[in-house]
Design a protein around this ligand. Structure first.
Ligand code: BYC
Length: 473
């Protein structure tokens, strides 16, 4: 076990942790509980293996990505705030132009705590969802990427716990404990948001999750990164640099699956690639349908008083608020939202403030579409006529206007009976899950890959592809 001269060295930070005795004490008492959670609910096995991980030791260019082999429980989970931007002025809402808040204003304690807890809850949830995947990793580089994502999600938990402990007193310390107690998928103490109680049982689901659900993280963190509560804004700005890598793992993971599928379709001259142990494109489409629709729910209802209040109060902005050309108050603006009336889609203009969630969801959809276009280019370049499509916004929704409706992926409003009869054509069914599961076997030799996925284009941090990214003994 590595020993450190002081706690601040163990927890790399730019918050001057050593001089804040109360915060340091609170974190020191939470730390062993976190490690206990990590050992019990973090990656199953491999805790004693050395993994080639990136650690952030400072926010500057040289410090945010230090690479080296470490055992995961000895990872240095740090706490970082980005440098101040916007000259310290609030960028939107009724306090626009006023100085940002260094402390939580009394009247916004409740909603800010709620936002931070909701964000914080997703981080350990995703680690719990992914804890069994190493046993079926398609290569060592993939296993390493999984662990990198896991330690960084845990660091994001630290980031939210820091905010709770530094700014919310005893309530914050209690919330920090509860963040370790809720459990993904546990009916008695579930994680807060729907998608974080779903299973991630296989690597196709993992790549889809990191493409679609981590992208919700990008948009939600992007909105919190605008907050008038300065420590929250700057914490989220730093988290976004890590989030980008998670989405990269998802996007390139699916690209590699598509490459292998297309190669096999061409060499074997058939669409029916399952008999060769390859993932067929229609199955991939079903996984897209599932992960996209579940992730759309994470944006909340189309019209939300919570969201309107968060914006007006300056707690949560829009994605890249400063780049939007309007008054940043939205008091007299409108936004188009869609609902279903008597079996038909109907679009109407509503107050832009109430539709903040919908606008963020639309930004997210456009971003997903850009990724899907890149996947389709791989298929097209192979000369295969198949297109992956995002299902209609109303398909398979549990939250908001469409939660009581039955809509097909192409956007037809259907009777519940008809929808149920078609469900297995649109979403992964038991046989699909079983087939994908049957492909999942671990490949633990450097430079070797499972048959259903192509090798990545490049290694990590300029290392070769056959570098020992995880030391297996
Ligand atoms: N599941 O007014 P509404 C990430 C609740 S991902 C369950 O429409 P609001 C990551 C809602 O709480 C990013 N419940 O919603 C990715 C409310 O409850 P109450 C996570 C839901 O408040 C991968 C009621 O329904 N960060 O970082 O405007 C790996 C009415 O809701 C759901 C955040 O989400 C749901 N899907 O918006 C690791 C940012 N949706 O009041 C990490 C913080 C809504 O009736 N969170 N409800 O009890 C927020 O900004 C907001 O809470 C939400 C909801 C956008 C989630």
């Amino acid at each position: 076990m590595t020993t450190f001269a002081d706690y601040s060295e163990m927890i790399p930070n730019n918050i001057d942790l050593n001089s804040d005795r109360r915060l340091k004490r609170a974190l020191e008492s939470w730390h062993p509980k976190f490690i206990n959670w990590w050992k019990n609910w973090g990656p199953e096995r491999y805790q004693e293996n050395e993994v080639y991980l990136r650690t952030a030791v400072s926010v500057d260019r040289d410090g945010w990505a230090k690479f080296g082999h470490v055992k995961m429980p000895e990872y240095r989970w740090g706490i970082f705030l980005n440098e101040q931007k916007n000259e310290g002025k609030i960028g939107f809402g009724e306090h626009k132009g006023q100085p940002v808040w260094k402390e939580v204003p009394g009247e916004f304690r409740g909603p800010l705590r709620r936002l931070i807890v909701t964000q914080g809850d997703t981080e350990p949830a995703s680690v719990e969802q992914q804890r069994r995947l190493a046993a079926t990793a398609p290569s060592l580089i993939d296993m390493r990427n999984l662990f990198q994502i896991n330690v960084e999600e845990a660091r994001h938990l630290w980031a939210m716990v820091y905010l709770l402990m530094a700014h919310f007193g005893r309530d914050g310390r209690e919330e920090a404990e509860i963040l370790l107690d809720r459990r993904s998928g546990d009916p008695d103490k579930p994680r807060i948001l729907g998608a974080f109680n779903e299973q991630t049982p296989d690597w196709l689901s993992f790549f889809m999750f990191t493409f679609f659900t981590d992208r919700d993280g990008k948009y939600q963190l992007g909105s919190l990164a605008e907050s008038a509560f300065d420590p929250l804004a700057r914490t989220c700005q730093f988290m976004l640099t890590e989030e980008a890598h998670h989405m990269y793992v998802g996007e390139t993971g699916i690209t590699r699956v598509i490459q292998k599928t297309c190669e096999t379709m061409l060499s074997k001259k058939t669409d029916d690639v399952r008999k060769y142990g390859i993932i067929d494109l229609p199955t991939l489409q079903k996984y897209v349908n599932f992960h996209f629709s579940v992730s759309l729910d994470l944006f909340g209802s189309e019209q939300s008083t919570n969201a309107a209040n968060y914006f007006t109060q300056g707690l949560k902005g829009r994605y890249q608020e400063a780049r939007i050309k309007d008054d940043h108050k939205l008091e007299s603006d409108s936004y188009a939202i869609t609902e279903i009336e008597n079996g038909n889609f109907k679009t109407s203009e509503v107050s832009a403030l109430s539709a903040i969630n919908e606008r963020l969801r639309d930004d997210y959809i456009a971003d997903c579409q850009r990724g899907v276009d890149r996947w389709n280019k791989v298929i097209k370049d192979a000369g295969i006529s198949f297109q992956i499509t995002l299902p209609h916004k109303a398909f398979n929704r549990q939250i908001g206007n469409f939660s009581e409706e039955k809509v097909s992926p192409s956007g037809s409003v259907l009777s519940p009976e008809l929808w149920d009869a078609k469900r297995d054509d649109w979403l992964p069914n038991d046989a699909d899950h079983e087939y994908i599961q049957s492909l999942m076997t671990q490949v633990g030799e450097p430079g070797k890959y499972a048959d259903w996925i192509a090798p990545p284009r490049i290694g990590i941090n300029k290392q070769d592809l056959d570098y020992p990214y995880v030391r297996m003994q």
